[in-house]
Design a protein around this ligand. Structure first.
Ligand code: 5GP
Ligand code: ZN
Length: 120
């Protein structure tokens, strides 16, 4: 637990969030500023600042975060229409909250983020 980390506070129920899933190592909740009709954040209970900080012994956890995103995509009925799973890493990766999290976005036609980076 990092004292000044908002996601640690949410995981520990010290700050409010609309939690949609939790188990012994993962918590998922609604993004406070949704960028799509379905916008969930899937986070490990453990405070890992960024994707780059994931250690060799923790790769199973990464798999589980994606697997929970898949389960939630089904639960929120965007599995057939399609969805996006995103991990922003570090400043130039657009990360704002330094507690590892996976975004699950769906429920609308999302812009082609990679093509936009090319100026498309
Ligand atoms: P990042 O840019 O770090 O990948 O994304 C952080 C996300 O966390 C943003 O989409 C932002 O809206 C969301 N967020 C930031 N603070 C809070 C909060 O206190 N509660 C919830 N539910 N989401 C938050
Ligand atoms: Zn944290």
């Amino acid at each position: 637990m990092a004292e000044d980390c908002i996601f640690c506070r949410i995981v520990n129920k010290e700050s409010a969030a609309e939690i949609v899933y939790e188990d012994e190592e993962i918590v998922a909740f609604k993004d406070i500023y949704p960028a799509a009709p379905v916008h969930l954040l899937i986070v490990p209970r453990k405070h890992i600042p960024t994707l780059a900080d994931v250690e060799a012994g923790e790769t199973m956890l990464l798999g589980r975060l994606i697997s929970v995103a898949n389960d939630l995509a089904r639960a929120y009925k965007v599995d057939r229409s399609g969805y996006r799973v995103v991990i922003n890493c570090g400043k130039e990766g657009g990360q704002l909250v330094y507690h590892l999290h996976v975004h699950l976005l769906g429920g609308k036609e999302l812009s082609h983020a990679i093509a936009e980076g090319r100026g498309a």
